[in-house]
Design a protein around this ligand. Structure first.
Ligand code: AMP
Length: 210
């Protein structure tokens, strides 16, 4: 099954992607993670993307479309995949359609803006492996240390409150129209992003069964 997870930054797409990945054994493709890895490795693409990312803006469509084209051609995507953070604009969705990639389900996780700001200010990520934690909702076993690889947990620059507000503005202007785009294709299910992760997961899994 080929799945797209939509929703504002911080709506919990990454967490739900992990659950689906475990259940269906298909890879999660996060353009944000791919760009952050490129940046860490000092590649040209990573450096080009840095200024956009730090400002909470979208990286140009041609860059992310190129990333996705390459990634979807890899063999582990043949039995399905979960897209987390792509597409984020109508031209990106059109490019995906033009690649001849059949999308089966689009699940939009809805969370109110004020909750997004609260969630993102508490988010911490492992600087080594990228695993995500939260100061209140998903604490690591040992404060400041990743459970998976013992890397240090840090706050992403683009999770700072000012940048979060820019990212939300960009989300409403550029990404939200995708709900209509996929509703017209009959692929969209809207799921309420609940307080408890497990409750959202139950709704997401139900959407996959329908
Ligand atoms: P994320 O981790 O998905 O929130 O992505 C972090 C940042 O990477 C975004 O704020 C953008 O600057 C960039 N990015 C990730 N995916 C995309 C995309 N599909 N289109 C444009 N920019 C993206």
């Amino acid at each position: 099954m080929n799945i797209i997870l939509l929703g504002a930054p911080g709506a919990g797409k990454g967490t739900q992607a992990e659950k689906i990945c475990e259940f269906l054994n298909i890879p999660t493709i996060s353009t944000g993670n791919i760009i952050r890895a490129a940046l860490k490795n000092g590649t040209e693409m990573g450096l080009k993307a840095k200024s956009y990312m730090d400002a909470g803006q979208l990286v140009p469509d041609d860059v992310v479309i190129g990333i996705i084209k390459e990634r979807l051609a890899e063999s582990d995507c043949q039995n399905g995949f979960i897209l987390d953070g792509f597409p984020r604009t109508i031209p990106q969705a059109e490019a995906l359609d033009n690649m001849g990639v059949e999308i089966n389900k689009v699940i939009d996780i809805e969370v109110a803006d004020e909750n997004i700001v609260k969630r993102m200010s508490g988010r911490r990520v492992c600087e080594k492996c990228g695993a995500s934690y939260h100061l209140e909702y998903k604490k690591p076993d040992k404060e400041g240390i990743c459970n998976l690889c013992t890397g240090t947990l840090v706050q992403r620059k683009d999770d700072h409150p000012d940048t979060v507000l820019s990212r939300l503005k960009v989300y409403h202007e550029e990404t939200e129209p995708l709900k209509d785009y996929y509703a017209k294709q009959g692929k969209l299910t809207i799921v309420e992003g609940q307080e408890e992760v497990a409750d959202t997961t139950a709704l997401v899994f139900k959407a996959l069964e329908d």
